[in-house]
Design a protein around this ligand. Sequence first.
Ligand code: UDP
Length: 431
Amino acid sequence: MLSLNRQAIALISDHADPAAEVGSEEAGGQNVYVRHVGETLAALGWQVDMFTRKVHASDDAIVQHSPYCRTIRLKAGAEAYISRDNLFEHMPEFVNSFQSFQRTQGMNYPLIHTNYWLSAWAGMELQKTSGIQLVHTYHSLGAVKYQSLAEIPQVANTRLRIEREILERANCVVATSPQEQETLRSLVSTRGQIEVIPCGTDTTNFRLTSKVHARAKLKLDSQEKVILYVGRFDERKGIETLVRAFALLKSHDLKNLKLIIVGGSSVNMPDGAERNRIENIVGKLGLKDSTVFAGRIGHDILPLYYTAADVCVIPSHYEPFGLVAIEAMACGVPVVASNVGGLKFTIIPEETGLLVEPKNIEAFANGIHRILFDELWVRKMRKQASANVNQRFSWTGVTIQLSELYRHVLARSIMHEQAWSYKMPSINRSA
Ligand code: UDP
């Protein structure tokens, strides 16, 4: 539905389709972020169009999420899976498709919020021919990713250049944690405007509910100690560290331990290789009987998994933010996570979870053990974790901050580039 009274804005999310199923190789936090931000912005009074690349011929070209929020799938390359590392060559077609959509619909977006470096390139191309204002969120940074990769993809130099240009040229870059802001300043550029606005979670869906009920629904034994992983299969997610920590705990003759690994695509996607690797390790360590690969689980059922768990483990080598941490804590599950990036921002050590050295198997095993066997402390943490997420990370609170930022950027463009004097509203509302 189009409305004359609403300000139309566009979100661009090249590979991460906001209307797609989440949890497989290419679908993760960015899809969730764009979808929730879009839907919540529409609820706040904007008209929101979210643009992504059309991946399957059978997918609808337009998905209406709510009266003023839709996903628009644009033609850019073959209607088939193309890995992110090979998408850049198709971005000129993406820009053309965007422009022809704008023309045929008579739309004119004064502000575009781009997500990921490929979209940043598209946004900067669009800016060359129109007076649009640009806001950007990185989601992942080449400068960090390439530090840990044995093989650097061909597109690396282009990505690093675009990531610097968008920081220096966008009206504002949104860092999702103070840690990401620091990384941008130290690894990308000292120039450009950054505001810290975190990611959020749906606190009406991820919330405190009965563990007994969740265990019964998932047919889990009430006596078992359940350790949970939720996320994509990607080596940098550190699932191997968790599996080895689990083996270490079991070697100490601890009974009734179960590891549940949630995520991964069901069809032949590139994340299958990492899943096979992890399954092999599980087999070799003799953990098959106590490990469950649950596959991809939607956000409708996921709260049951968090609620049923005793601890949620996030062993990532790096996370700019890490949505899983706030989802788990919102459901009252303490987390044991790597002491990196946004996880240092969202988790309060000893109060809502524990932060340990990444890749350190023993440290993870110790952290998990502490949480599994200190019932009184965990009972306290459960309430603290949930209250903390409600206060700091509801989508409504977070999107109000984005909405205020857009208004400021648009007002400033009308008032001809006054000096940046934005003051972030201190909103900590729950949804
Ligand atoms: N996710 C999901 N189902 C799954 C696995 C993951 O819905 O089977 C979601 C998870 O709930 C979270 C997102 O995928 O919302 C992962 O976001 P995060 O920021 O933790 O990691 P990213 O994928 O961005 O690296």
